[in-house]
Design a protein around this ligand. Structure first.
Ligand code: SF4
Ligand code: SF4
Length: 380
């Protein structure tokens, strides 16, 4: 301890500009993009509801980003076959972008782009403004609750990667249910049941005093990014020789990480929001670093990097011509009429049964199933 005190350097004030305003702007712009996608999707639904009599409004491919299970299945199919499934291809590119961001910058998608994360931050900030601090759950409750999102992720992974064969995944992605899952999700929120409304309402209300309640305890996407973020070489590093133990980083951390007690933040909850780095009053004390090469990452490069990766990967999807799906408006019109008859497996047993049934069919039959469905319906 004495040796450490003796080697402390003269304190130099950290005059670097904070990055939180930039982060807020990036989050707001991304949220606006999602709202825009929602408007376009509304136009598409209006077209379907008119039975094709109004002017055609194209389905926005960005809607695929709201179908994480589809993306996970497409990812599995891509890993096993190298093919990009054509039902929701944009979802796969968005999935790749999000995973790459978390490999390079940790769980930065959550604090820089995710609209749910953004909304959670806004409502938790309102509480903090009024009551000065958010509620932190005690450890005995916090730890088991945090494991819930991993259980959800584990169930999804187990169902897709261990129960379903490639043929079954392909059959599921080809199924009418999966093709219209975005439309079904739309109606789920438009005609929301009382039960679902109560559940969403409770989650919303809990997220006001408890910062990021959904993200911290329940979001399976967050769980996946937490795991990939642990593998990321970029970590928040604290120089204990410069640190004056003011505890400001600790107070500023939305993930309740005890930054002031760590030399390297290795946590699945760190979202690379850079709040701790911004508030640290001592120069050259807290920074994001590529740990293996001890290279400091300037805060601005996090902003530029996160946005660039997202734009580059999704842009590659657009330029390659694989961004749009191949479902025609005629197919959508037919499926829209049958919407209520389409369902999906809801338990491990039903996933196993689906897998068995799919494997009984020759693969080419599975591939042609959608087209056959449509033809039959047209003839009827
Ligand atoms: S440790 Fe720093 S970068 Fe990570 S979540 Fe906390 S404040 Fe944000
Ligand atoms: S903000 Fe954290 S790292 Fe910076 S001086 Fe204070 S305790 Fe140390």
């Amino acid at each position: 301890m004495m040796a450490e005190l003796n080697t402390k350097k003269k304190i130099v004030r950290n005059n670097e500009k904070g990055i939180q305003n930039v982060r807020f702007i990036v989050q707001a712009l991304f949220a606006l993009l999602c709202v825009w996608i929602g408007f376009e999707f509304y136009g598409f639904i209006q077209y379907l509801e008119s039975g094709g009599t109004t002017q055609f409004v194209e389905r926005p491919p960005g809607a695929d980003g709201f179908l994480p299970i589809s993306s996970l299945m497409s990812f599995y199919l891509f890993l096993m076959t190298g093919a990009i499934h054509q039902a929701h291809p944009a979802g796969l590119f968005i999935f790749f972008a999000i995973i790459l961001i978390s490999i390079v910058f940790g769980k930065a998608f959550c604090s820089w782009l995710c609209p749910i994360g953004y909304l959670s931050e806004i409502i938790a900030d309102v509480w903090k403004k009024i009551f000065k601090k958010n509620i932190q759950l005690p450890k005995w409750l916090d730890y088991p609750l945090r494991s819930l999102k991993y259980l959800l992720l584990g169930f999804l992974f187990y169902s897709v990667f261990f129960i379903m064969s490639v043929v079954a995944v392909k059959a599921f992605l080809n199924s009418p249910y999966k093709i219209v899952s975005d439309i079904k999700m739309w109606y789920f929120f438009i005609d929301i049941s009382q039960f679902s409304l109560i559940v969403i309402g409770i989650l919303f209300l809990l997220s006001i005093p408890i910062r990021g309640f959904w993200c911290r305890y329940l979001c399976p996407y967050g769980a996946l990014l937490g795991i990939t973020a642990l593998l990321s070489p970029s970590k928040i590093k604290r120089n204990s020789l410069n640190c004056i133990d003011c505890g400001l980083c600790n107070k500023a951390c939305p993930a309740s990480i005890k930054v002031d007690k760590l030399k390297t933040v290795i946590s699945d909850e760190c979202t690379t929001c850079m709040n701790c780095v911004d508030v640290c009053p001592v120069d050259d004390t807290l920074q994001l670093e590529i740990v293996p090469v001890k290279m400091r990452i300037n805060k601005r490069y996090v902003a530029i990097g996160v946005v660039s990766i997202f734009v580059m990967i999704t842009g590659a999807g657009m330029i390659s011509g694989k961004w749009q799906n191949v479902i025609s408006k005629e197919e959508y019109l037919i499926h829209h009429k049958q919407l209520n008859s389409y369902g999906h497996p809801t338990s491990t047993e039903s996933v196993k049964k689906f897998n068995r049934d799919a494997n009984k069919q020759p693969e080419d039959v599975v591939d042609d199933k959608v087209e056959e469905d449509i033809l039959n319906k047209q003839q009827n």
